[in-house]
Design a protein around this ligand. Structure first.
Ligand code: PLP
Length: 497
């Protein structure tokens, strides 16, 4: 089992070991009954003291995530696999040799868990995808059939590495509405924005390179940068977006090679970076010769005044790589996004795309193209925006009505997510198991931090469930939170005598 320790993070090593193992157990990656390495083995492997592992195992045991069985070892599981339940001579499962193979996906465990849970969960707050009825699947399906009939060769060809030329043209035209003036030749079609982030990371980030990100940020981006061995510089966020002043104060000591930002309807908080900060961020990138990766899946889903123009629209010297996903506004299943850059950065990204997959599937590119060119696009986007605004308003109203005292939230200015803050003593990671038992699934906020996590947050996405389920689910979630809050409150009360 590979434990990735960050010795510069300031987080105690025992805490880091505890967290990595706890994540793996909670996600199901480490199955119940799995044998964990001995204290001595793990201490040697992690190059930490014996006592550090003792402390980490102690924390896991206290939470009921592992049991230590005298003379037999340490196992994943709770009481029922405890010492008293192991009969004399009974064989416990051995250590899984596969766990000795190192991986570089430090927190992919969360995604495994989500994949597993959202299919069964009644109340899926973790999935920031549009409800299936809001995806124009009939039109996309017809477009795919038409594309094959018109040109059967598309199933026999790889297609251009940079992506379908007509699609790039249509997207350039579409993005002009956002004050972006991009040439189709400056774009690469990627398999979702996730691949766009990966291409940027694999092209420009290696061990020790500094990547600045908002903190909290989009969880799966952290995994990509960590996977490249980057040192991540977490920059706090407030109502005006990334604290660019904070970034500036760190830059002399730690100039970032890459600044990853979701300036418009930031994931997970739903805030918008002000124009003032956008300009300042660009100045910083110019001063320190940094690249900015501007990730923009949400601009269209605005709940108030329109957001400021993208950073890319004020970038005169090619510092900004702009990433536009079609997942949130059209269809995550098509896996289509566009990466826009210029100069040699563009050429290097194109080379990375070739190495990654030789080009994205043409069929879904043609389907997206057909929809972008159709008269239905405007109406679809209007309906989607209105539906999401209605959902957001409903959830906020329900939270006001049912959330217990001490639970706060940020009203998002756009996007699909609401960021909840629990009382500081309540750990959202520890609520996951109880939530799953009630068929509620949410993203624990700790997944969104690259440095010392804050455990008292959760991200709820209101986009995926039916509206009826969303209503029931929000009430059920509030009930769960109320019980968690009252448990502590009751415990704190003096005993009745
Ligand atoms: C900020 C951000 N970037 C990227 C992605 C991944 O999107 P895609 O489906 O295009 O890969 C998401 C998905 O939630 C996101 O929120």
């Amino acid at each position: 089992m590979q434990i990735n320790l960050n010795r510069q993070s300031g987080i105690p090593l025992a805490r880091q070991i505890y967290q990595e193992i706890a994540d793996r157990i909670r996600s199901g990656l480490l199955a119940e009954g799995s044998s964990l390495p001995s204290i001595r083995q793990l201490a040697r492997q992690c190059r930490v003291s014996f006592m550090t592992v003792v402390q980490a195992y102690g924390m896991l045991e206290k939470e009921g995530l592992i049991v230590r069985v005298q003379g037999r070892g340490t196992f994943v599981g709770q009481e029922k696999k405890g010492e008293e339940d192991v009969r004399e001579g009974e064989k416990l499962p051995g250590y899984d040799w596969q766990l000795t193979i190192a991986d570089y996906l430090p927190r992919a465990q969360f995604w495994l868990r989500q994949q597993h849970v959202h299919t069964e969960a009644g109340f899926s707050f973790s999935l920031a995808s549009p409800h299936p009825d809001l995806v124009p699947h009939v039109e996309l399906g017809k477009a795919m059939q038409k594309a094959i009939s018109a040109d059967p060769a598309i199933m026999a060809n790889y297609g251009p590495v940079q992506g379908d030329g007509e699609l790039r043209q249509a997207v350039a035209l579409y993005l002009a509405k956002f004050r972006l003036s991009l040439h189709p030749e400056e774009m690469i079609v990627t398999s979702g924005a996730q691949q766009g982030i990966d291409l940027v990371a694999r092209s420009f980030i290696g061990p020790g390179d500094i990547v600045a990100t908002e903190s909290p940020t989009y969880s799966a981006a952290i995994d990509v940068f960590r996977g490249r061995g980057a040192t991540i510089l977490p920059v706090p966020v407030d109502e005006e977006g990334m604290r660019v002043d904070f970034l500036a104060s760190l830059c002399d000591k730690k100039p970032p090679k890459l600044i990853y930002t979701v300036p418009t309807f930031h994931n997970p908080t739903g805030t918008v970076m002000s124009m003032r900060r956008r300009s300042r961020l660009l100045d910083i990138a110019q001063s320190y010769r940094s690249i900015i990766l501007e990730d923009d899946p949400w601009s269209e889903i605005s709940f108030g005044s329109p957001p400021p123009p993208p950073l890319k629209s004020i970038d005169e010297n090619g510092h900004v790589i702009f990433l536009k996903s079609m997942s949130k506004i059209l269809s995550p299943g098509c896996r289509v996004a566009l990466l826009a850059a210029s100069g040699t950065i563009l050429h290097r990204l194109t080379a990375a795309k070739a190495v990654a997959d030789l080009g994205s599937p043409l069929l879904s590119q043609r389907a997206v193209l057909s929809f972008l060119q159709s008269a239905a696009l405007g109406k679809h986007l209007k309906q989607l925006q209105a539906n999401m605004q209605k959902r957001k308003n409903r959830v906020i109203a329900l939270l006001r009505q049912h959330a217990p005292d001490g639970v706060r939230w940020m009203e998002p200015r756009g996007g699909y997510n609401i960021w909840l803050t629990l009382p500081s003593w309540l750990n959202a990671d520890e609520l996951v198991a109880a939530a799953i038992r009630r068929n509620i699934d949410f993203l624990p906020g700790s997944a969104c931090y690259s440095g010392e996590p804050e455990y008292n947050h959760l991200r709820i996405s209101f986009s995926y469930m039916s509206e009826e389920k969303l209503q029931q689910g929000t009430i059920a979630l509030c009930r769960l939170l109320a019980e968690a809050v009252s448990t502590r409150a009751n415990r704190a009360k003096p005993p009745v005598v």
